[in-house]
Ligand binder design. Structure first.
Ligand SMILES: [Zn+2]
Length: 190
């Protein structure tokens, strides 16, 4: 079902259809009732509506193992890739969601599950690419540098180095920023 089909002919949102559709979704969480209707997006993979709020809440649930969170994160990456225009519109309207998701991802980089970590890095890179905000890039760099400075065992920082390396590849101009503003830090272990 396409998102447009969830609207009545009068143009009003057909809430019952949306709620019924969301009930079928495995990433629908118990707090869905509190989520704004505008966070609902169509999933071509699952052929039903999915809620960005439920996806985010699933990703940040500490009691879930990385593998249990992975379907929600994969879905988010799919939406980032295939419905970038709708998602960007939503992000621009509610920037707090962007910061919330970025914070969750950065905090999750210490989780020990390689495929989940790779997915986290890819999601963050896609968000950087989609949003194109210098503030966002600076905030990520600040967080990564802070983590590097406060972590004794550099083996735990592999996801952070991967993220930095891929960000440099995606944004070559970032190398100058790194040297100019973070040159005094020992960012890389070699
Ligand atoms: Zn929801």
């Amino acid at each position: 079902m396409k998102l447009s089909e969830m609207y009545c002919l009068s143009g009003t949102y057909n809430k019952s259809i949306i709620i019924e559709t969301l009930k079928m979704d495995f990433i629908n969480c118990e707090d869905h009732i509190q989520h704004d209707e505008s966070w609902t997006l169509y999933s071509s993979l699952h052929n039903k509506a999915v809620c960005l709020g439920c996806i985010v809440e699933t990703i940040e649930k500490r009691e879930l193992l990385p593998l249990q969170r992975k379907p929600a994160l994969s879905e988010f990456l799919r939406i980032l890739t295939q419905q970038s225009a709708e998602l960007l519109q939503l992000f621009m309207k509610e920037q707090r969601i962007v910061w919330h998701i970025v914070t969750i991802i950065l905090e999750s980089l210490s989780l020990e599950e390689d495929s989940y970590l790779a997915l986290l890095v890819n999601v963050l890179l896609k968000m950087v690419q989609l949003i194109g905000s210098e503030d966002l890039v600076t905030a990520i760099l600040d967080a990564v540098v802070k983590q590097v400075e406060t972590t004794i065992d550099h083996n735990q920082l592999q996801p952070h180095y991967t993220l930095l390396g891929k960000m440099l590849y995606q944004l070559p101009a970032l190398a100058d920023t790194l040297l100019k503003h973070y040159g005094r830090y020992r960012i890389f272990p070699y």
